[in-house]
Design a protein around this ligand. Structure first.
Ligand code: AMP
Ligand code: FE
Ligand code: FE
Ligand code: ZN
Length: 298
């Protein structure tokens, strides 16, 4: 049985990460990790390249995603692991999100231009490195062109919700996201619950119960931005409702926020058993799915 550490939350250039899918796989192997999941925001475009690099160099790569779902007051992200990346419904739903983004991005440019900022969409496209274009790429251009002194200032002054160049993004409901993740045989986990903005344990518990009904199978318990108390609380919730405990660093490139793959700030050590548990749930549940859909037995 593999014994090394794993990282189940990573971003590549397919969304707002710094490393390409092949680079991230090679980096993970060089760092001595045992396996990783590629979980880009709202896209699986990096999975194929990551999987084939993994095969080439003998390293386990799990095709995944991180979907932004409708939620307030905070933000809700849902991870999906072991997706069938060729599943038609999954691909159709993601294409719909990409189309919405393609309509949103020029609106952000227009707002920035109205504020007196000289920026073209071509500059942002260039900053995106060819992957999905999002607000972090606008922030990078604002920084490069010295309109702001830091990436964070770009969000605070222009891009964050409520700021003058903010344009809302189309999001699926949790029910919709969990539906297409499950249809594509993925195992869904609630990412970093501390960003939900829930007021206390019972409010979070109520939300988790609703998500379980909608098809949630796990909680991202281990995450660099979770306090020890939060980890304990999420672990209790996972155990109480028979959910998997997952974890990852949310690595986007160490130069972005000091978080490194596999280790975060040095405190993360995620055992391979997390992946074995995910596989067990996936197998149980896709065979149940296959039986449900086996009409010859009826
Ligand atoms: P988008 O999907 O285009 O709305 O961009 C979302 C990404 O922007 C997130 O994954 C974060 O990396 C980044 N982001 C969102 N809000 C903030 C914020 N207030 N400060 C810094 N980065 C943010
Ligand atoms: Fe991100
Ligand atoms: Fe997230
Ligand atoms: Zn993430």
């Amino acid at each position: 049985m593999p014994m090394g550490y794993v990282d189940l939350h990573l971003h590549t250039t397919a969304s707002d990460g710094v490393l390409s899918p092949s680079e991230i796989v090679r980096y993970a192997k060089a760092k001595g990790l045992q396996a990783i999941a590629i979980t880009d925001h709202d896209t699986i475009e990096g999975c194929e390249e990551g999987l084939s690099e993994g095969e080439k160099i003998g390293f386990e790569v799990i095709p995944g995603i991180e979907i932004s779902a409708e939620h307030s007051p905070g933000s809700m992200h849902i991870l999906g692991f072991f997706l069938d990346i060729h599943h038609p419904l999954l691909n159709e739903r993601l294409a719909y999100l990409q189309k919405a983004r393609a309509e949103r991005n020029p609106k952000i440019i227009a707002k920035l231009n109205q504020l007196g900022i000289e920026m073209t969409y071509e500059e942002v496209l260039k900053a995106s490195g060819g992957g999905q274009v999002g607000r972090p790429h606008f922030a990078n251009v604002l920084l490069e062109k010295k309109y702001v002194r830091s990436f964070q200032e770009a969000f605070d002054r222009f891009l964050k919700k409520g700021a003058p160049a903010y344009v809302d993004k189309l999001r699926f409901t949790s029910k919709e996201a969990l539906h297409f993740i499950n249809e594509a045989k993925g195992v869904a986990a609630l990412a970093h619950p501390n960003t939900l903005g829930m007021n206390g344990y019972s409010e979070l518990e109520k939300l988790i119960l609703k998500l379980v009904e909608e098809g949630l199978k796990g909680i991202e318990v281990y995450y660099p931005e979770h306090s020890a108390a939060e980890v304990a609380q999420y672990k209790t919730l996972a155990e109480r409702y028979g959910l998997l405990s997952t974890g990852g660093t949310d690595y986007h490139g160490i130069e972005k926020n000091g978080l490194d793959i596999g280790v975060g700030r040095g405190e993360m050590k995620l055992p391979y058993s997390i992946i074995e548990n995910l596989k067990a749930v996936r197998n149980r549940f896709s065979s149940a799915y296959a039986e449900d859909n086996d009409f010859s037995r009826r």
